[in-house]
Design a protein around this ligand. Structure first.
Ligand code: 16G
Length: 242
């Protein structure tokens, strides 16, 4: 493919399509280098500025990444976020990653009015607050903050959680089998503390998730999670509107 100077499509967009096609067809693998901006400019008769604009877009989309002084490389495809009531552990295992988890904080807090409403408990009732850094093959993926009423899992504070599945533990120790949930997902900017934990530059884009999970109609968990937007994307099937 070549750049068509007569096309109404801006040249940087034409180059984007050419590069994406070329990456797919040339069999370039993740972490392989793409030609330098100078080479691409010469190959397609484009200014360095236009080539840079295209590469900037592809980097922002997460298709390429740059290493200063080394070049530009093919990025890993993003993980498709599960839209099912899956535990992190199950979800990662199903994708062939080794799930991991590091405890960041564990407390029993009195429920604020807001949290009490979400959990459908009385304000001030004790709630386990569990903050964990979730990893896949050792790489930080998300910070998860789970809130579980004490009444649901009384001895949970004494249970070791590192490297274990919270959902599995709820099932095995407390007979709590999650059977439904609801979730919101929105774009956000990572706060500095979470950015450090996730190994992201300050101010990076993230996906903010709020999940309520239920067992037999009772709300068992309100989880507020920060997922890396450079590693996750959403995919859903679309049904007709009517
Ligand atoms: C998921 C849930 C989280 C839950 C965790 C349990 C989201 C946003 N979060 O990651 O609410 O606490 O699974 O995972 O989906 P675990 O059983 O591996 O500990």
């Amino acid at each position: 493919m070549t750049i068509d100077p007569a096309s109404p499509i801006p040249k940087y967009s034409q180059l984007r399509e050419i590069l994406l096609d070329w990456i797919e067809e040339s069999g370039l693998a993740v972490d392989d280098a793409i030609p330098s901006e100078r080479e691409l400019g010469a190959r397609y008769g484009l200014s360095r500025m236009t080539v840079r604009q295209t590469i900037d877009h592809l980097v922002a989309e997460g298709k390429l990444y740059r290493v200063p002084g080394k070049g530009t490389f093919v990025a890993r495809p993003k993980i498709e976020m599960s839209l099912r009531l899956a535990s992190f552990t199950e979800d990662m295992r199903a994708r062939g990653f080794e799930p991991g988890s590091r405890d960041l904080a564990r407390r029993i807090d009195p429920a604020s009015g807001h949290l009490a409403r979400l959990l459908a408990i009385r304000p001030g009732a004790p709630v386990h607050h569990i903050e964990r850094l979730r990893t896949a093959d050792g790489e930080p993926m998300a910070v998860e903050r789970s809130n579980i009423p004490l009444a649901v899992a009384p001895g949970l504070a004494d249970q070791r959680l590192a490297g274990r599945s919270l959902y599995r533990l709820l099932e095995e120790e407390y007979g709590v089998l999650l059977d439904s949930g609801e979730q919101t997902i929105e774009a956000g900017v990572c706060d500095p503390a979470d950015a450090r934990l996730l190994g992201l530059p300050a101010g990076s884009a993230v996906l903010l998730l709020q999940r309520r999970s239920f067992a037999a109609g009772v709300c068992v968990e309100v989880a507020i999670s920060t997922y890396r937007a450079d590693r996750y994307q959403l995919r859903s099937t679309l049904d007709p509107l009517y």
